[in-house]
Design a protein around this ligand. Structure first.
Ligand SMILES: [Zn+2]
Ligand SMILES: [Zn+2]
Length: 157
């Protein structure tokens, strides 16, 4: 569970320990999703009238593909997250690091914010290996397996 009643948070800090599953409806078409789930841990607390603060982190394994040769690549993604949630009519609600609370909402849902933070870290397209040669732009051959027929001869030295 990554959704918490506002009333509960207002009464005191809430420990957060939950999973954002790979099949959660918060994910959108084209997102780099986790294998399994993104693990979220931390603490939610009130930060003044209509404002709440999450301090914690997340980790998971991103299932992506090598940006050069498109081989599936799994990379560990983890980071700290320090997020501020504020009423939509809060004067600072349009700051980049402030997530607006749903108007009249009874709950604070961490999922959209965690999704965003995860994508910031997971979308850096990985390489299957640092020296991946990629695919031939003409014939699509995997150049890691050797030169293709249309490769110009490589002149050494
Ligand atoms: Zn590659
Ligand atoms: Zn080729």
């Amino acid at each position: 569970m990554l959704s918490f009643p506002i009333r509960t948070i207002s009464q005191g800090a809430v420990q957060v320990e939950g999973d954002l599953a790979a099949d959660d409806p918060v994910w959108m078409e084209g997102d780099v999703r986790p294998l399994g789930a993104v693990r979220v841990t931390g603490r939610l607390s009130g930060a003044g009238a209509g404002r709440f603060y999450f301090s914690g982190g997340f980790h998971g394994t991103a299932a992506g593909e090598c940006r050069r040769c498109l081989t599936p690549v799994e990379s560990v993604v983890q980071n700290e997250a320090h997020l501020i949630f504020a009423d939509a009519d809060d004067e600072n609600a349009d700051e980049p690091d402030v997530y607006p609370l749903a108007e009249g909402g009874m709950a604070l849902d961490l999922r959209p914010a965690i999704r965003e933070q995860w994508l910031l870290d997971a979308s850096g397209l990985p390489l299957c290996r640092p020296d991946c040669k990629g695919l031939c732009a003409s014939c699509g051959a995997d150049l890691n397996a050797g030169p293709c027929a249309c490769s110009p001869a490589v002149t050494q030295g």
